[in-house]
Design a protein around this ligand. Structure first.
Ligand code: HSE
Length: 307
């Protein structure tokens, strides 16, 4: 085995109640990286398609994540990689994390003693930091593990996989604007009122409980964000109208995908998710705001070898 191709999925981070802690992998959309093992040490990016990104290893998220792993493990071989971006950078569904996850997952296939998903996430975070200015794992973890992931601690890193109830679908809409995660994070307040912390902690706890019991009412009540969303939603066109329309037409919850501009609706069943998609497409069409959209199952599948 000298050449493999890896797919890593898009993901939604935060999910309203779990800023920097919760994430979910999506189905059918993601990045692909082809890795060729070569005798020269290090990572050489030979091509990138689907996005205009730097080929220089240390200016590229995948390059940085891969180098962190290669250097730390002191590998006496290296890789030439080709990146095929299926997710735009800055769109809010984990584009940088998917590339970071794909390279660390791919390198792992060439090791005598493969690393755990948690260790892979640790190296993936180094790449994510290049894009967002901070080593958050709420996109990298679902892109590696698949399904719902919960970071229970950053120091030391600890990640728990949560159950994915059957029949959970997500509608994603992406306005055609770019939001840089680094800038979006820099604008967040440092101090949070105690009451908001209590409300948000209750929401996170309620959401986790709802996944174990498939309690969709509790899930809908818990997928709320009183801490981050009020500071970010002003950047998203028609956010409040879109939420109202989505919820009125069958969404259990609506929110910002990571730092945006993607917005997600969580729905019970594919039909409901498609109905929400149609409603939101009409809302934005009538307002002359360009978006694209898709429906995805809440996926259980993370990074995988595709050839
Ligand atoms: N938790 C991160 C943030 C996710 O909201 O800044 C970025 O995709």
């Amino acid at each position: 085995m000298e050449v493999i191709k890896v797919f890593s999925p898009a993901s939604i981070a935060n999910l309203n109640c779990g800023f920097d802690l919760l994430g979910l992998s999506l189905e059918g959309i993601g990045d692909e990286i082809t890795l060729r093992k070569v005798p020269q040490k290090g990572i050489k990016i030979t091509s990138i398609t689907g996005a205009d990104l730097p080929l220089e290893t240390l200016k590229n998220v995948a390059g940085v994540a891969g180098m962190a792993m290669v250097n730390h493990l002191n590998l006496n071989f290296g890789f030439e990689i080709q990146i095929r971006k299926g997710i735009n950078i800055g769109s809010g569904i984990g584009g940088s994390a998917a590339s970071a996850a794909a390279i660390v997952f791919g390198i792992n296939q060439f090791l005598d003693k493969p690393l755990s998903n948690k260790e892979l996430t640790f190296y993936g975070m180094k790449g994510e930091a290049l894009a967002s200015g901070s080593e958050h794992a709420d996109n990298v973890a679902p892109a590696v593990y698949g399904g719902f992931t919960l970071i229970t601690s950053y120091s030391p890193l600890n990640i728990v996989s949560l159950p994915v109830p059957k029949n959970l679908f997500v509608t994603i809409i992406r306005p055609h604007i770019e939001i840089k995660t680094k800038e979006s994070r820099a604008a967040l307040p440092i101090n949070i009122p105690l009451n908001d912390v209590i409300t948000q902690s209750g929401n996170l706890a309620g959401f986790i409980s709802s996944l174990y019991t498939s309690d969709y009412d509790l899930m809908a009540r818990s997928l709320k964000d009183v801490i981050i969303e009020p500071h970010r939603k002003c950047q998203l066109p028609l956010f409040d109208k879109a939420r109202a329309a989505a919820v009125k037409n069958g969404a259990m919850a609506f929110g910002i995908g990571g730092s945006g501009p993607a917005m997600f609706s969580i729905c019970k069943g594919k039909k409901a998710a498609e109905q929400v998609e149609d409603t939101l497409k009409e809302l934005y069409r009538n307002s002359n705001i360009q978006i694209d959209s898709f429906v995805s199952k809440a996926s259980n599948v993370g990074s995988k070898i595709i050839s």
